[in-house]
Design a protein around this ligand. Structure first.
Ligand code: ADP
Ligand code: MG
Length: 240
């Protein structure tokens, strides 16, 4: 579903991604861990075309990112992204937040968009908040709306960039629970997270990024219990 080969990205003189290579299969759940500034967000942003790539190749759900003829808007329709900050539209109700892109981009009728939005909000446990304003919700509820909004486009892949990092600790669990349900339903997901227990429980493989390269990637039991790379071990000793 995702093939990446020697992906390179610079910001000015800073060589941020220095040759990322990986293969991610349909329905795989990958958690990405690594120190701050190592390129995790940049990697995710490249995968859905928010950043251009400067070297190497990446194919995401059949879209070749290195090809200038690739329709990046079409790519983005098939790749949902959830950020640390929820970025809901504050002047729209929760339901309208979910209806906008399906109506504008997918040309769904208002009624079809409403039905889809209602079902998704029920799925994330917010069936009673259809007409609420985003700012009246807790951070955990807002993040669940953001996830539902991404799902309303029926993406093939979901990318999460530290989705629980901005939340009060007592609200983290409700967001992780929604992500776990998605994982169990077979969604292909890449999740940048500091929630090591979640990564261990939910991911098929964990990717450790440091200094702009994948230093180690493997099943969570192996990577957490018997890391092969000394950098992985050093990082884990600080966070576990
Ligand atoms: P992480 O998500 O692992 O913390 P990032 O991918 O956000 O790391 O950033 C990796 C490096 O790239 C950092 O040194 C950061 O300062 C730099 N960087 C990220 N985005 C930009 C940008 N838009 N312009 C310049 N430098 C950037
Ligand atoms: Mg980041």
């Amino acid at each position: 579903m995702i093939h990446v080969e020697n992906l390179q990205k610079n910001f000015g003189d800073t060589h941020v991604l220095r040759g990322i290579s990986c293969e991610i299969n349909p329905q795989e759940v990958i958690c990405v861990i690594g120190p701050s500034g190592s390129g995790k967000s940049t990697f995710l942003r490249c995968l859905n075309g928010l950043e251009s790539i400067e070297g190497g190749r990446a194919e995401v759900n059949g879209f070749a990112l290195q090809d200038p003829k690739t329709n990046i808007n079409k790519l983005r329709e098939s790749v949902g992204m959830v950020f640390q900050r929820f970025n809901l539209f504050p002047h729209m109700t929760v339901m309208e937040n979910l209806m906008m892109a399906p109506m504008e981009v997918l040309k769904l009728s208002r009624r079809a968009a409403q039905e889809r939005a209602t079902a998704l909000l029920e799925k994330v446990g917010l069936g009673d908040k259809l007409t609420a304003w985003p700012n009246s919700l807790s951070g955990g509820q807002q993040q669940r709306v953001a996830i539902a909004r991404a799902l309303a486009m029926q993406p093939k892949i979901m990318l999460f960039d530290e989705p629980t990092s901005a939340l009060d600790p007592e609200l983290v669990g409700e967001v992780l629970a929604v992500m776990k349900t998605l994982a169990q339903e077979g969604m292909t997901m890449i999740i940048v997270t500091h929630e090591m227990a979640f990564a261990r429980e939910v991911s098929d493989r964990v990717m450790f990024i440091d200094q702009g390269v994948i230093q180690e990637m493997g099943p969570p039991e192996q990577l957490f219990s018997a890391p092969q790379n000394p950098r992985t071990a050093a990082f884990l000793s600080k966070v576990l």
